[in-house]
Structures are given as structure tokens and as C-alpha cells.
Design a protein around this ligand. Structure first.
Ligand code: NCD
Length: 331
């Protein structure tokens, strides 16, 4: 179990997180992320003994859920994280069974759930800026579980934690991000998070129609990251420490012709065992999941497949987040 060693200037008090919103990964400093990774690692080390240090920290507390888009991992891992900390969840984990069907607004629904007595609200929305909007109206911490194509900050936290756990360091990292970089929200959050570490290099690998948005490129370049756009993973595979695969976000694609065009060239962008074997021996393959057909099942048996460990780390990272912002730290 790897624990970060915080240097003196990086020493941070957990009280700094109390009551804090998690809206964008851009709101985080490097030492704050390191602090959360360290906490995640401590929590994970207690998993087999049912978290003696943490298991009552959300006791008698309820975490609100407000999901207007489908979710498996985010809603499930926040729920399990809450249970592991001794709390409960309530609210709207699934938009189909809520008054959104009757046309209720996001802010009204958020106020109602918060008013039922939550210690924090975890939300997911199709609207960019939705989490910030809700946070402006509530006096409990709001955690962004994904907003449109904008951001998914807690995914970036668990992604980077996984890299630390597998590789030991986030410095001098060369990452390829492949797939639908235009519409996927994990891509900007991961990029901004990587930019906090030394000598990050990101290769964005996608056909032009799905290439990363200019605003993301500008932001990461301004933060000192060396970036390139690539059109074939074979051109960079030997340089990568991590290849982060994302699915085509069909539900967000407005022009059906983009999908038709993509289908003609799609094979170039499929990550399979043959491609992985062209990379470094220790290359890590990551994916926020769900996968569709961009990541072959023949990768699953390779030691390079990190994505199920990555998903499992979601519970521990979200325990750390909930504990830091809403947990009772009397122990
Ligand atoms: C991602 C999301 O919702 O953005 N899923 C997740 O939370 N692990 C990725 C995706 O849906 O493609």
C-alpha cells in the first residue's frame, strides 16, 4: 500500500475540506489532490477490516443523490462509499422515477432534496454548469458527478489515484487519451488534473471530428502540459505510460453524419491486445467505463488492464471525498 509522503509545505489539514463543494478539478491544488490520494490509500488499507477508523463517520447522516443522467459506477460507488462510512443515501438515483418526468427544474429538485436534511448532494446533469448552479442555491456541499461534456472531477481523482497506486508517481507521465475527446467529460477533468504534476505530456488520439476541444487544449497548455493531437495510436503507443480509452458518446452527438463518418475509420481507434503489446511492458490501459466496442475484451487478461481496479478504486476515492467534506472526524 503506497502512501504519499507530504513535504512540509504540502502538509494540509483535513479541516480545509470540510463543507467544500467539488465542482471542477480546476479548483484543486496539487497538494490537495495528494492529500486525497493519501486518505484514499489509508481508507483502502482498512477495507478488509471494515474500516475501523472511518465506519461511523457518516453515522446518522444522509447523502443526497440527484442524477438526471444514467449512471452505474458513480451512483453505485457514492452509495457504497456512504454505506461504508456508516451513512445512508436518499434522493433521485434514476431520473426516470422522479418528478423530472413532470418537468420539475434542476434547482427546485435540488432544494427539495437538500431540504430533507442531507449532509451533501451528489449530482449528475446533462447541463454544463449545472453543478455550479445548484451549489449557488444550496448551503450543503455539492459534488459534481458529471456535467454534460464539461467535467467529471471525482472520476479524475480516482483515475489519478489509480495511476499513483500502480506506478508510484504522477510526475514525468506520458498519457494518450483516445476516443471521443470532444464530447467526453472525463477527458477535460483528467487533463486538468494531470497538468498539476511535473512534466506531463498528453497525446490526444482521435479523428478530427472527435478531437479534444480547443478550450481544453488552451487550458492545459497554459498549465504547462506538452500536448499533441494524434490520428493513429500506433504513432505514439511506444511512448505512453498510460493509454486512457473513452467510448464514443453517442447520446451527445448532434450530427448523425459524424457517427457514419466515424464508423468507416473506427477500427484504427479500437484498443486491442495487439496494440497494447506494441507499447511498453508496463503500459497501463485505463477506461472510465462503460465500454462499448472501443476496448476489446482480449485486453482484459493482460497485466496492462487497469480499468476494473480503476473502477473499484471509485469506492475508496469517494469514501475519502465524503469523509473529508462531510465526515465526523472525532476519531
Ligand atoms: C463516464 C461518464 O459518465 O462520463 N462514466 C463514469 O462515470 N465512469 C464515462 C462515460 O459515460 O463514457
Amino acid at each position: 500500500m503506497l502512501l504519499w509522503v507530504l513535504t512540509t509545505e504540502e502538509t494540509l489539514d483535513i479541516a480545509a475540506f470540510q463543507g467544500r463543494d467539488i465542482i471542477s478539478i480546476k479548483d484543486f491544488k496539487r497538494e490537495e489532490l495528494k492529500f486525497l490520494f493519501d486518505l484514499t490509500s489509508r481508507i483502502k488499507s482498512e477495507a478488509s477490516s471494515d474500516y475501523p477508523t472511518y465506519r461511523t463517520s457518516l453515522s446518522r447522516k444522509t447523502v443526497g443523490l440527484l442524477f438526471r443522467e444514467p449512471s452505474t459506477r458513480t451512483v453505485g460507488s457514492f452509495t457504497q462509499a456512504t454505506i461504508n462510512l456508516g451513512g445512508m443515501t436518499n434522493g433521485i438515483p434514476n431520473p426516470d422515477t422522479s418528478s423530472f418526468k413532470k418537468g420539475e427544474s434542476l434547482v427546485d429538485a435540488a432544494k427539495i432534496i437538500a431540504g430533507q436534511g442531507m449532509c451533501a448532494l451528489v449530482m449528475r446533469d446533462m447541463m454544463e454548469g449545472g453543478a455550479r448552479l445548484v451549489a449557488e442555491h444550496l448551503d450543503i456541499p455539492v459534488i459534481n458527478g458529471g456535467t454534460g461534456s464539461e467535467e467529471h472531477p471525482t472520476q479524475a481523482i480516482l483515475d489519478l489515484y489509480t495511476i499513483v497506486e500502480k506506478r508510484g508517481s504522477l510526475d514525468d507521465l506520458t498519457v494518450g487519451i483516445i476516443g471521443d475527446l470532444k464530447n467526453g467529460r472525463t477527458v477535460p477533468s483528467l487533463s486538468y488534473a494531470l497538468s498539476l504534476f511535473d512534466n506531463a505530456k498528453i497525446h490526444y488520439i482521435a479523428p478530427e471530428i472527435f478531437q479534444v476541444r480547443e478550450e481544453v487544449i488552451t487550458e492545459v497548455k497554459n498549465r504547462g502540459v506538452d500536448v499533441s493531437k494524434e490520428y493513429d495510436p500506433r504513432d505514439v503507443i511506444t511512448h505512453l505510460d498510460v493509454l486512457y480509452v473513452t467510448r464514443i458518446q453517442e447520446e451527445r452527438i448532434k450530427d448523425a453524419r459524424d457517427l457514419e463518418d466515424y464508423r468507416k475509420i473506427k477500427d484504427t481507434f479500437v484498443v486491442n491486445a495487439n496494440l497494447v503489446k506494441e507499447g511498453k511492458r508496463e503500459l497501463g490501459i485505463m477506461h472510465p467505463l462503460p465500454r462499448v466496442d472501443e476496448l476489446s475484451y482480449d485486453v482484459d487478461g493482460l497485466p496492462n488492464a487497469w480499468y476494473f481496479d480503476q473502477a473499484n478504486n471509485g469506492v475508496f476515492a469517494r469514501m475519502a471525498i465524503l469523509y473529508a467534506i462531510a465526515g465526523n472526524k472525532s476519531k
